[in-house]
Write a protein that binds this ligand. Structure first.
Ligand code: SF4
Ligand code: SF4
Length: 151
């Protein structure tokens, strides 16, 4: 197995390659010898929590999500689809990303058969409200992944 280190803030990340498979693994330091590995999707989740939840009106002061009990933010409930939709687009224009989310995420989220979503219409969907930041955050993680794979 080959590893490349990525210097990312107070953490370090490594691209591990095994049998042609590349996997981004985070090592969180500062806990003695404890090392916690995260799956790739968790790297996106962590970055989105920092950047998107960090400015979200629904965030509690303690950093937890303050949505009403029983409601799950699309960022949490549909993250794999969101990442996949964003990864399928390469554009400087936000419109294809909007279309990708509407086509690949919303139908399995709260959108009804007529294509309407009450949360979106009430500006109450963080993915829709902060889509530019969501896209930028996912692209930033991918850039760091790519830099690591070049090293
Ligand atoms: S609503 Fe979504 S973006 Fe806002 S704090 Fe909760 S999980 Fe984060
Ligand atoms: S716009 Fe509606 S259906 Fe689409 S991700 Fe947001 S809450 Fe889900």
């Amino acid at each position: 197995m080959r590893q490349n280190a990525l210097p990312l803030g107070g953490r370090s990340a490594q691209i591990q390659r095994n049998k042609g498979e590349a996997r981004l693994v985070w090592s969180l330091q500062g806990f003695g010898s404890e090392v916690r590995a995260m799956e790739r999707i968790d790297v996106f989740r962590e970055a989105l929590r920092t950047r998107v939840c960090g400015i979200c009106f629904d965030r509690n002061d303690d950093g937890t999500c303050g949505l009403a009990e029983g409601r799950v933010c699309a960022l949490e409930g549909h993250l794999p689809e969101i990442v996949k939709a964003v990864e399928s687009v390469h554009s400087f224009d936000l419109t294809p990303y909007v279309e990708g989310i509407r086509a690949q995420v919303c139908p399995s989220c709260n959108q009804d058969e007529s294509g309407r979503c009450a949360f979106r219409e009430n500006f109450d969907c963080s993915v829709d409200n902060f889509l530019l930041l969501v896209v930028d955050t996912i692209e930033e993680v991918k850039r760091k992944e790519s830099l690591g794979s070049l090293g």
